[in-house]
Design a protein around this ligand. Sequence first.
Ligand code: RAM
Length: 950
Amino acid sequence: MRYIILFCLLHTAGLSFASDLKPVNLRVEYKDRPFVDERVPRLSWELTAKKHNQFQSAYQVIVASSLKKLKRNEGDLWDSGKQTSQATNQIVYDGVALSSRQRVWWKVKVWDANNRQGKWSEVNHWEMGLLNQSDWHAKWIGYDLNHLAKGGTYHLPPSPYLRKEVRVQKEVRVARLYISSLGLHEFYINGDKVGRDYFGSGWTDYDMRVYYQVYDVTKHLQQGGNTFGAVLSNGWYAGYLGYALFVGSPQVRAFYGDFPLLKAQVEIQYSDGSSDIISTDEQWKASAGALMESDFLQGETYDATKEMAGWDRPRFDDTDWRPAQVMEDNSTRKIQLYPGEPVRVVEELPIKSIRRLDNGKYIVDFGQNFAGIIRARMLGQAHDTLVFRYGEMLHLDGTLVTENLRSARATDTYILKGNPEGEVWSPRFTYHGFQYVEITGLKEAPAADFLVGLALSSDLETAGYFESDNELLNKLYRNIVWTQRANYLDIPTDCPQRDERLAWTGDAQVYIRSAVYNNNIAAFHTKWIQDLNDAQWPNGAFPIYAPMPVNKAGIPAIRSSDTYSPGWSEAGVICTYEIFRAYNDLRMVKRSLPYMVKFMDFLATKANNLGVLPEGIFEEIEPNGGFGDWLSIGKKTSPDLLATLYYFYCAKLMKEMCEAIQEDELTQRYGKTAEIIHSGFLAHYTDAGKFKTDSARYGDGAGYVEGQNGFSGHTQTAYANAIYMLILEEEDLEYAGRLLRQLVEENDDKLTTGFLGFKPLLPALSRTNSSDKAYKLLLSTEYPSLGYEVVNGATSIWERWDSYTKDQGFVHNAAMNSFSHYAFGAINEWIFEYMIGIKPIDRGFRSFTIKPELPPKNIPLKSVKGTYHSIAGRIQAAWRYEDNVRIHELEIPVNTTAYFYIEARSLEDIYINGKVLGLSEWASSVEQVGVQYKLQLGSGKYTFKINQHP
Ligand code: RAM
C-alpha cells in the first residue's frame, strides 16, 4: 500500500509540470533590456521556486533574431541546447556573431535537481550598439563661445545651442539616437528632451575613450518637419576640476579641451525598409542662448529673458545662427557604449522648512544632505533675479556655511522672464552637495513648494535593506545609503560639495565592499575600473584618483604632486577583486589583469630583500610615504608597515583571481610572493607578535601626514589590517586580536583609526572574538564615532571624526571638511557581513555563510533584519529576541547553499520551522563548530527558534 501511494505521488508530480523552477530577472551585462556593445554579452537570471532545496541542474538559452521566432522556440542566433550546469550568471553568448544595431530576443528554461524541466522564462531582449568605427557618420561639432565669458576668477562661457531641421517623409518604423559628447549634452527633438539622463557622456580620459548613449526616439519623430536641438556644457571635459583653483595650479580648467563638442546621429528605419541617418555636421547651426554659464563646481546661470522661444522646434527662424564648428577627431580615441548606469533624479525631496534671515535672505532646509539640484517654481517680473547658494551646514546664527566649499562657487542664478503664469526652472549641467539653500532676491516669503530638491545619482538598483529596533543604527544606515548615493555619480567621488569631487582611489577601495551591499554596483564599477586602468602611471602605480587629467608633459594637471600612494593605488587590484567576488565577474579580472600585473611588478621594485616595503621607501611621493591611515587620531601607523600589509593582501587577491581564470604561472607567482611577504613582515615589522616600526627612520616626521604625532607599528590600524588581511597564522592572529582589544580598551573603548584603519577595525574585532567591542564602537555616541555624528544631527557620513564637535564647532571648514564622504561608511561591510551575518564563500554568493554576531546583553539592540539581493538571488537574514527565545528568519535563494551558524546551548534548544532540529530532516546536516552549530541549508524560507537561558 505504501508503495502504491508513493508511486501515485511520484506519478502525479511527474504529470504536473515537473519542476516549478522559474527563471526571473533576466539580465544582459547586468542590465535589463539594455543597449550593449560587448560583442559577446553575458547573460544572467535568478530562479524562484515554491519548494525548498531547489537547484538548477541544467539550462537552455535561446536567442532569436525576431520575437516571432523566439516564441516558436527557434533560436536561430543561438540555441545553447541543454547545458548541464548550475551556472545562472556570466553565461557568455555563444551564437552567431551579432552586428551593429541588431536587436535580439532571448529566454531561458532550466532543469531542477531531479532533471525535471521547467517552463520558459518571460522574453527579454537586448540591442547591439555601433560596433565599428565606420558605423559613425557623425562629426564632432561645437561652437566656441569662450570670448563671451566674463573675466575674473571664474571663466564661465555661455552654453552653445545647436539645431538642425529635417523632413521625415515616410512612415517611421523605428528610430535611434546615438549620442556622445566631449563635455555634457542635452538633446531635444521637437521641443522634448530625449531621455531622463544627466551628465552624458560621463567622465573618462577623453584622449583614450569617450562614451556614447543610445535612445529609442521612434515616438519623438513626426511626419513632416522635425527639429533636433542640443545644448552643451563644459562639464568634466572643459570645466573646472578639483582643487586646481584652490591650490593655485597653473591650469584650473579646460583640462581636456577648450569647449564642448557633440557627436550624434539619428538613424531612422522606415516601414518600407529604407533608412536614413541624420548626423551632426557643418550643416548644423549654432548660437548662444539663455544658459549663460554652467559648471559642476561653480553652478549655473540662466537668463530666461534670453530664451529663444521655439528654437528646438520646426519653423524657427535661425537666420542669425552661425554654422557649427566641425572639429577633427582624435584617431586614438575610442568611442564606446557607456557601460555604467546613467545619472538620474533618484528622489524628489520636499522643503522641510523655510526661514527668513535678518538680511532678507531666505534659508531652505531639505532635512537631508544630498547631491543634486533644485527645481524652482517662481513668479515675478522680467529681470527679477534669484540667486541660490548651496551648503551642507548652518552657522550658529543661521547663515549658510560655505567656507568648506573652498573655491567651488556652488551658486545658481535665475533671471525671470516675467511669465504671469509663473516659471519653472532646474539647472541641468551642475550639481551641488547640500542640505540648505540660501536664496537672495525673494521679495516675499515663498510658498512651501517653491523648491523641490532633486537627488541625482547613478541610477543603481537597490540591493540591500536594513532595519533594527535601534533608531541610532537605522539612522546611521540611512546616512550611509545617502552618502553613497551622493557620491556614486558617474564615478565614485570623495565628496559632492567642495572643489574636489574626484574619484579618490583610497576612498573607493575601502568602501567598495560596503557599496556592494547597498546597490548593484557591477555596471557602475565596470565603467570606473576602466577609468582606473586607463589612468595607470607608466611605472605601474595606479593613481590617487581616476580619471586623472595630465598635462602634455605627462604631469598631473590638477596638482602636480598628485601621483600615487600606498592604500590608494591598491584600488587597482582590490576593486577588481571585489567585483569578481560579488558578481563572479571573470571578464573583469581578465581585462584588468595586465594592469594589475604591472602594478605588482612595480611594488616588487620597491620591496627589500625580505620582500617587505621598509620604512622610508615611499619618500619620493608627496606627502612622504603617501596618505597612510588618513585622518586617524593620535600616533600615525607606519605608512610603510601598512603598505607592506597591502602588498601582501594584493598578492593574495591576485593569487585567488589568477587561479579562477586559470593563469597557473601567475597563481604560483603570487602565492609565492604572498608567502615571502608574510615571513618578511614577521621578521621586519614584529617582535614576539607585537608590531613595531623603526620610527627613527621618519626623523621629526616633516613631510609626512601628521608626522609630528610620531609613528608606531603598535596601533589599532596595524592590527586591524593584519587580522583582516589574514597575514597571520591562527596563533599569531589570536595574539594580534588580544593586542587590538587591549588598544581599544586602553583608549576608553574608542577608535583611533583613519580611512585605512576603520574599514577592517570591526571585522577584525569580530574575527578575533571581540564582537562585544565592535558593538561598543558601532553604537558609541561619543566623539570619535559614527554615532556621535548621528546624535549631532548628521544625515550623511562626515569626512572627519571631528568635522564638527560640540566644544569646537567647525574647526576644519576653511581647509577640508566634507559632510558627505563615504569612506567611514565602510562600517556597512561589518553591518552586513557580521551583524546580519551574510558572507559569500563562493564568488557570486553561490554558497555563503549566515553567521550573525549577536550583541552582548547590555547592548540596546534586540532585533536586526537585513536583505541582500545578490546576483544569485535575494538573501534574507533576520534575528530578534522575544521573551525566552531568539528567532532567526532566513530566506535562501534557489540554487544556493547557506551555512547557518547557530549559537545555542544544546541541539534540543533549536527549532526549525516548528520542529526540534535534532529530529527534523535537517538533523543529518548539523555539525558542531566550537560553541556553535553549523547547518547546511538549501533554498527556501526558514524560521528558527532558539530557547534562551537566563
Ligand atoms: C582628500 C580627499 C580624499 C582623500 C584624499 C587623501 O582631499 O577628500 O577623501 O582620499 O584627500
